[in-house]
Ligand binder design. Sequence first.
Ligand code: ZN
Length: 130
Amino acid sequence: MTIEVRTGERVDVVDVTSRVEGAVPDETRHGICTVYVPHTTAGVVVNEREERLLSDVENALERLVPRGEGYEHDAIDDNADAHLRAMLLGESVTVPIVDGNLALGTWQSILFVECDGPRTRRIRVATVPR
Ligand code: ZN
């Protein structure tokens, strides 16, 4: 199943938890759910959706991989920082499915992290029953 995500900023964090949960087939009571981002300048993580923390994420990415630091790839399309940030974030997360629900911790959400927006992105959700 594919979920479409629209991002509004160059760096943007979008909570996709409820949409991923909606993509888990009703017949999958127990198993695993993998959320995969088929892009090279975006990532996905599991963490807390707290507004100040999401702002901290954006600031931390800027500090860790500042834009325009003379990267070789910038000569092609000026977004090397976005590729490098996406590599740090990772392109997939896997969440257990228990009793038909994503078995996330109390403070955990599935967060899509845009690194080169705004764009319309796709997320693939694959479930494997146990
Ligand atoms: Zn590029």
